[in-house]
Design a protein around this ligand. Structure first.
Ligand SMILES: C[S@@+](CC[C@H](N)C(=O)[O-])C[C@H]1O[C@@H](n2cnc3c(N)ncnc32)[C@H](O)[C@@H]1O
Length: 257
């Protein structure tokens, strides 16, 4: 199981509104079926998991996350038909159990996507639907500069999960086909996030990609890292206000026969 627990639900939710659009774009790819059994892999604090269950009129909802902080926060949304469980979505598999396997902005943290997607596909019942969204923005300065600064401050910096793990849209299409899905929709979408200023990018990535440096650098080292990162980012991108943060994401949906 992943032991890293650098997630901070409050920091992550600072940009909840901008982050929610891809979630709903993904949810809207799911075809309506009566009372589906739904699992949300990498469910985070469970707020959106509960809303997803309501939108799909789910008969049951399971939220899975490897972060104790997130699972503890999600407990507020648990009820008779909605449960949250601490587990690693990279190895998670419950054969023929769900009508919808949903994963928004979580698969990127897992290595070996062909293997993980095979386990997720196996967890679907006949006719079940898979819906997955991953960021694909590793080539943007916000991510490239993080890796550069980390290499200056650490001898063995933790890698960028998106750069390491995320595949191309066409590769996902091929994987889904190989897993026997009879229908699929895979697309790359650019989200144009209008931020108040370039500096807001720092707050954005502090809730996601930079969390990986917290453990390695410690509290004081991380603060130093963030300030060096901010200076470098403003230098390269320019201190703009407002700033349009273009963010590429891959959305995929597929249905079993
Ligand atoms: C970017 S957040 C997305 C949360 C939620 N799906 C949403 O759309 O708001 C990624 C979540 O994936 C979880 N996560 C990362 N790696 C994981 C793993 N190997 N197993 C389970 N959860 C994982 C994190 O703890 C975090 O809650």
């Amino acid at each position: 199981m992943t032991t890293f627990d650098g997630w901070d639900p409050t920091q992550y939710n600072r940009f909840a509104q901008q982050r929610e659009q891809p979630f709903w774009d993904l949810a809207n790819l799911i075809h309506e079926v009566p009372g589906p059994r739904v699992v949300d892999l990498g469910c985070g604090d469970g707020r959106l998991t509960a809303l997803l269950g309501a939108q799909l009129h789910a008969s049951s909802v399971a939220g899975i996350d490897s972060s104790l902080a997130m699972i503890n926060a999600a407990a507020a949304h648990a009820n008779g038909s909605t449960q949250f469980v601490l587990a690693d979505i990279g190895t998670w598999q419950e054969p023929s159990s769900y009508d919808v396997v949903f994963a928004n902005a979580s698969l990127q943290w897992v290595p070996d996507h062909p293997s993980a997607l095979a386990k997720w596909a196996d967890s679907l019942r006949d006719g079940g639907q898979l819906a997955v969204q991953v960021p694909a923005n590793a080539d943007h300065p916000s991510h490239v500069i993080a890796a550069t600064v980390a290499a200056e401050m650490l001898s063995d910096p933790p890698p960028d999960a998106v750069a390491e793990n995320v595949l191309t849209p066409e590769r996902y299409a091929t994987i889904l086909d190989g897993l026997g899905f009879v229908e699929q929709h895979v697309r790359l979408q650019v989200y144009a996030h209008r931020l108040a200023s370039t500096s807001e990018v720092v707050e954005w990535v502090k809730g996601t990609t930079l969390t990986r440096f917290k453990q390695a650098l410690g509290e004081a080292g991380f603060e130093q890292f963030v300030e060096r990162y901010r200076a470098r980012l403003l230098d390269e991108v320019g201190d703009q206000a407002p700033y349009l943060y273009p963010f590429k994401r891959i959305l995929m949906w597929a249905r079993r026969s």
